[in-house]
Design a protein around this ligand. Structure first.
Ligand code: AMP
Length: 188
C-alpha cells in the first residue's frame, strides 16, 4: 500500500505517518526530514536548500524528486510507502506517478488532513516552542501557508480526478484522527 499523507504545515502529517508506520509497517518518506538531515550534515544539498527552507519557500522539484527516488530504491522490502510532505507541486506529483510506474508500483490513497488556519498557527507555535524549528516561527509560517495554498493545494483536484483523494478531519485528537485514517485505509 502506497499513500500520500497530505495537508498544510501543522496539519499533523508527520505524527499520523508515524502511527501508520507503527500499525502497518510501511516506510515513511518525509522530504522535510530528509532535507533537515542534509542541512544537519552540511552536505552540498543541505547548503543549497538551507536558506530556502529558512524562508519557508519550496526547494526545487528536482532535488526532492531525486531524494524520493533514491529512498524508494533503498527500501526494496518495504510493505509500502507513506509520502509525507511530498508531492508539494503538480510537477512533483507527475514525477512521482512516473517513477512509481517505472518501478511497477502505484499510489493507492491520498489522505487529506483538513485543519483550519487558526489551529494550524496554534500548532506550529506550540511546535516552535517545543522543537525550535527555525521555519516554525509565525512569520515564516505565513510564507509556508501561502506556498501550500498556491503550489500544493492544486494537487487536491489533481488527485480527486484520479479517484485517490480521501478526506479526514484533522481537527480531532491524534488517536481519533489515526482511527479515522485506518478506517479509510481498510475500506474496500
Ligand atoms: P516539512 O517538514 O514537510 O514541513 O518541510 C519543511 C520545509 O522543507 C518546507 O517548508 C520546504 O521548504 C521544504 N520541503 C519539504 N518537502 C518539500 C517538497 N516536497 N518540495 C519542496 N520543498 C519541500
Amino acid at each position: 500500500m502506497n499513500m500520500v499523507i497530505f495537508g498544510p504545515p501543522g496539519a499533523g502529517k508527520g505524527t499520523q505517518a508515524k502511527q501508520i508506520v507503527r500499525d502497518r509497517g510501511a516506510v515513511q518518506l518525509s522530504t522535510g526530514d530528509m532535507l533537515r538531515a542534509e542541512i544537519a550534515s552540511s552536505s552540498s544539498i543541505g547548503q543549497q536548500v538551507e536558506s530556502i527552507i529558512k524562508a519557508g519557500e519550496l526547494v526545487p522539484d528536482e532535488i526532492v524528486c531525486a531524494m524520493i527516488d533514491k529512498n524508494i530504491d533503498e527500501n526494496p522490502d518495504a510493505a509500502g510507502f507513506i509520502f509525507d510532505g511530498f508531492p508539494r507541486t503538480i510537477a512533483q506529483a507527475e514525477s512521482l506517478g512516473e517513477l512509481l510506474s517505472e518501478k511497477k508500483m502505484k499510489l493507492d490513497h491520498v489522505i487529506r488532513l483538513s485543519v483550519d488556519d487558526r489551529s494550524l498557527l496554534e500548532r506550529i507555535t506550540a511546535r516552535f516552542e517545543d522543537q525550535g524549528r527555525k521555519d516554525d516561527n509565525p512569520e515564516t509560517f505565513q510564507v509556508r501557508l501561502a506556498a501550500y495554498n498556491e503550489q500544493t493545494a492544486p494537487l487536491l483536484p489533481y488527485y480527486a480526478d484520479q479517484g485517490l483523494l480521501k478526506e479526514v478531519d484533522g481537527m480531532r485528537g491524534i488517536d481519533e484522527v489515526a482511527l479515522n485514517i485506518a478506517n479509510v485505509l481498510d475500506e474496500v
